[in-house]
Design a protein around this ligand. Sequence first.
Ligand code: TYD
Length: 210
Amino acid sequence: MRDKGLFITIEGPDGSGKSTQLKKLCSFLKKRRADFVFTREPGGTAVGERIREIVLDKNHPEMDDLTEAMLYAAQRTQHVREMILPALKEGKIVICDRFVDSSLVYQGYARGLGEDVKTINDMAIKGAVPDITFLIMVDPETGRRRMKERDMDRLEQLAEDFHERVYEGYMKLAEKEPNRFFIVDGSLSPNEVFEKIKEKLVKLLGEAGI
Ligand code: TYD
């Protein structure tokens, strides 16, 4: 009997193909009859989904960067306490589409708010550090091309140099914690990307006795 679940997050710049991989990951876990919950940020809880509507709303270009950072941290505070920590305590696998690393990269690095973002998020996450973070990387050019094919939200429609900083920010963050980040090349085919994720995941599940 495990006394702690497994906390898995998926990160990547916009247009990295994260959503496709998440679908594959969930259907893989379902087939294995693993006890897992799938959740996302911004969102995850009723309060968090309300905050999501505000933070991604294209009608608020006037939103201050610090307000944005605090809204992301606020939805995370609720998410961690209402959902993530209780699920982990029950021994579940938690799969989360974006988490604190998105704030460190988008608000801390790309918006330039720096260490303040880490400070507010240390409060928000209450020690919930992911066991593994799958980072799907595509270069800014590829990401932009893929994004153009869909209706963009407030952050996605930001200028090119913003997305370049996002890319750079993820690379720098991953360098700092090579054991937690598992980087996958998102320019490969969706099946090839998933094979790499699956291989690592199976190993992890084995180690965790799941
Ligand atoms: P979403 O529609 O979930 O897109 P994606 O499929 O790319 O995850 O939009 C989330 C957007 O919010 C995305 O552009 C990244 C941004 N974001 C932050 O800037 N900071 C954060 O802490 C989080 C969780 C997301």
